[in-house]
Ligand binder design. Structure first.
Ligand code: GDP
Ligand code: IMO
Ligand code: MG
Length: 424
């Protein structure tokens, strides 16, 4: 009778999709609680790679029910394309995929507003995925949004028109070069809405409460990463939702005392896509090697991801904010062949050594202090048991577990489902 929670501890793309897929057989329900199509969650099995955007990563398992929670923002156009991409896998969406009536809709003009806002910022742009995420959450908190449940009401199109008109005036106010044909976008949008309406819309909080009473198990799937959290991330270079554990409560209607395990996922190094501070970022051959071996290109935008060493100062912070009970270290295979590995264990900040994340982590404010480790040369990708892992990797793991005071229960050694090593 509990909910487990899985979320990213860095700047996103830690490998959440892969691990949710691996863990799904232990759960009856997988539920996304925030974010929208800015997410790109990659799963790989049977030689096929899938990228999911709004659909929870449990969708490929026959038995699982997949819930899109109230905290998620849904773009019907992207969502329908995502469904079409899965057509060949014979998934019974009507039975397996259900959407909260309280989830907010991303409108075509939200996407345009995102583009106009970014264009107006020039060099200070967030590096948004331009999926309309910020403007949609702004309308949610501004109490102007349109929700999935509104689609069942007769007057929703009037509400839509009023909001779209307001957005057009806002786009004009930005006075930047954003070209668009709203009529054309609306044809696609209204068509997608009709298809979306073929799915089950539910009062998801009531559904999940009943499921818990019936003894069902739930895994809540986070999107983005804790350092992109609207409150605790590197503001303003963040996304517009609470990506941290509390977001699962507000994004699903689950009470804090129903959460049991909090699985925190991190890469054995660090990546970031988009703008914003990144203290351990590398601009040398080591960074290039991580990007090359790890194929660090965004699953949504294809943009190259910035790469750097593991940042334990930031990781300690996100473990605390989330109450992480188990850690999962991803992409360990990517570090094979590095002679020396580094981990930032403190920052030099205003002439002092500090071990917590300060308000401001721009490069002019913090300089990471590193601890070095001997690397390993073994190829990890064919390993399947913890006993096979090289000594140097075990030393790296031991150090992290001791510093973070949380066990690392999974070591991932490749993108495939099977390339997953469980540790006791
Ligand atoms: P998510 O957004 O957290 O689900 O992560 P993404 O799917 O955006 O990015 C993770 C990328 O790393 C994807 O391309 C995965 O297929 C890949 N991946 C996941 N785990 C591993 C791993 O252990 N090793 C390697 N080499 N790739 C991995
Ligand atoms: P997953 O779930 C990595 C980043 C964007 C940008 C900032 C704001 O795949 O880990 P937004 O479109 O939300 O307004 O962009 O957040 N970002 C992500 N980076 N992984 C993600 O999701 C991301 N979702 C948003 O690059 O810097
Ligand atoms: Mg991703």
């Amino acid at each position: 009778m509990a909910v487990d929670l899985l979320l990213g501890l860095q700047w996103g793309d830690e490998g959440k999709g892969k691990i949710v897929d691996v863990l799904t057989s232990n759960y009856n329900i997988i539920a996304r609680f925030q974010g929208g199509p800015n997410a790109g969650h990659t799963l790989k099995f049977d030689g096929i790679k899938h990228v999911l955007r709004t659909i929870p990563s449990g969708i490929f398992h026959k038995e699982s029910i997949n819930v899109i929670g109230n905290g998620v923002v849904v773009d019907p156009v992207v969502f329908i394309k995502e469904l079409e991409g899965l057509d060949q896998f014979n998934i019974d969406y009507k039975a397996k995929l259900i959407v909260s009536r309280k989830a907010h809709l991303i409108l075509p003009t939200h996407r345009l507003l995102d583009a106009a806002s970014e264009a107006s910022k020039g060099k200070a742009k967030i590096g948004s995925t331009l999926k309309g995420i910020g403007p949609t959450y702004m309308d949610k908190t501004g109490r102007n949004g349109i929700r999935v449940g509104d689609l069942e009401l007769p007057d929703w199109k009037e509400k839509y028109r009023a909001l779209a008109n307001k957005h057009e005036a806002m786009i004009a106010f930005y006075n930047v070069d954003v070209q668009y044909d709203l009529e054309e976008m609306e044809v696609e949008f209204f068509d997608a809405i009709e298809r979306l309406k073929e799915l089950q819309f539910i009062d998801s909080e009531a559904y999940l409460h009943q499921a818990l009473r019936d003894g069902k198990t739930i895994l809540a799937e986070g999107a983005q990463g804790s350092l992109l959290d609207i409150d605790f991330g590197t503001y303003p270079f963040v996304t517009s939702s609470n990506t941290t554990a509390a977001g699962a409560c507000t994004g699903l209607g689950i009470a804090p005392n129903q959460i049991k395990e909090v699985f925190g996922i991190f890469k054995a190094y660090t990546t970031r896509v988009g703008s914003g501070p990144f203290p351990t970022e590398l601009f040398d051959e080591d960074g290039e090697e991580m990007a090359r071996v790890g194929q660090e290109f965004g699953a949504v935008t294809g943009r190259p991801r910035r790469c750097g060493w593991l940042d334990l100062v930031a990781l300690k912070y996100t473990c605390r904010v989330n109450g992480v009970t188990q850690l999962m270290m991803m992409k360990s295979d990517v570090l094979s062949g590095f002679k020396t590995l580094k981990v930032a264990t403190a920052y030099k900040y205003k002439g002092e050594t500090i071990e917590h994340l300060p308000f401001n982590i721009e490069p002019e404010n913090v300089e990471p202090i590193y601890t070095s480790f001997k690397g390993w040369s073994e190829d990890l990708t064919k390993m399947s048991e913890a006993s096979q892992l090289p000594k140097e990797l075990n030393d790296y793991i031991d150090f992290l577990e001791k510093e973070l005071e949380i066990p690392i229960t999974i070591v991932s050694v490749g993108p495939d489902r099977k390339q997953t090593i469980f540790r006791d």
